[in-house]
Design a protein around this ligand. Structure first.
Ligand SMILES: Nc1ncnc2c1ncn2[C@@H]1O[C@H](COP(=O)(O)OP(=O)(O)OP(=O)(O)O)[C@@H](O)[C@H]1O
Ligand SMILES: [Mg+2]
Length: 259
């Protein structure tokens, strides 16, 4: 029996989909069978980030309405045979969806997959509530802005009513901003939210570049960001490894990337 993990946040755009996708990719490379679900049902974007948008034939709504089987709706990733996507539907009205129906699908997937990663909508609306209802664990994504942390705190309060295992990933961490006191620092964020830190992902424009290409960053890059995700994965699996320290990319590498 697999595990369903919801990736959620207080604010939008903090990196839920990027984090979930890269982590899903890394889990699948390590041999786990992984299914990603876009729970932001009206605003799908995982298929685009994974470069799978042309392969979408059926979606989660078709499965719920028995227009196709769950197996028919699943799309295999182009880069790893263990990674699958259950796409969301663009034209669906989220309020018309019963959380019990989605949970049924998630439970069926848990029979077949080691990990079912739910890309929850930001904020407190239906997408978030449905994800919580289906999840065994919650990973909250936040950036080091006070507003992001405040909204996150509210999300954590609600998540605690449904799920016991809630951990934090701090994303887009910019050490220069921390040093200059522009952003909150990691310790302050942890003590403000008071949940265990799962990991940190540093601000890396390569994530944006690869998201736009529809290719997982971790397929080609084995640098700092790879290490951050590797540590998140190890900590997720119970290994008590430390958070990697920020390393500046070499000048040559940066110049090469800009050409
Ligand atoms: N560690 C990072 N460093 C730099 N940019 C990042 C990082 N993580 C994500 N991004 C970029 O931030 C933007 C938002 O990321 P993403 O779409 O994953 O966020 P989201 O929380 O899923 O957003 P939404 O709430 O709209 O679904 C994207 O352009 C993405 O490439
Ligand atoms: Mg998203």
């Amino acid at each position: 029996m697999g595990e369903a993990i919801a990736f959620t946040s207080g604010k939008g755009g903090v990196g839920k989909s990027s984090t979930l996708m890269n982590l899903g990719y890394m889990l699948s490379v390590k041999g786990y069978k992984v299914c990603l679900i876009d729970m932001d049902l009206g605003l799908k974007n995982l298929d685009i980030m994974m470069g799978l948008e042309n392969r979408v034939l059926y979606d989660v709504n078709d499965v719920m309405n028995s227009y196709c089987s769950l197996k028919q709706a699943l799309i295999k990733d182009k880069h790893n045979k263990n990674l699958f996507l259950l796409p969301a539907c663009k034209n669906i009205h989220i309020d018309g969806i019963k959380k019990e129906d989605i949970k049924k699908i998630v439970n069926l997937l848990k029979d077949d997959f080691d990990y079912v990663l739910l890309d929850s909508a930001a904020g407190l609306e239906a997408g978030f509530k449905n994800s919580l209802y289906c999840a065994d664990k919650v990973v909250v994504i936040a950036t080091l802005d006070y507003t992001s942390l405040q909204d996150c705190d509210r999300v954590i309060g609600l998540a605690m009513r449904e799920v016991n295992d809630i951990t934090l990933v701090l994303n887009k961490v910019n050490p220069k901003f921390i040093d200059r006191g522009v952003s909150v620092n990691i310790q302050e964020a942890i003590s403000y939210l008071s949940i265990p830190l799962l990991g940190v992902v540093y601000d890396d424009e390569e994530i944006v570049r690869y998201n736009n290409k529809g290719i997982p960053l971790l397929l080609n890059e084995k640098g700092m960001t790879y290490e951050c995700f590797e540590v998140i994965l190890k900590r997720m699996l119970g290994d008590e490894v430390g958070i990697p320290k920020f390393r500046q990319k070499s000048m040559i590498k940066r110049m090469f990337k800009q050409t």
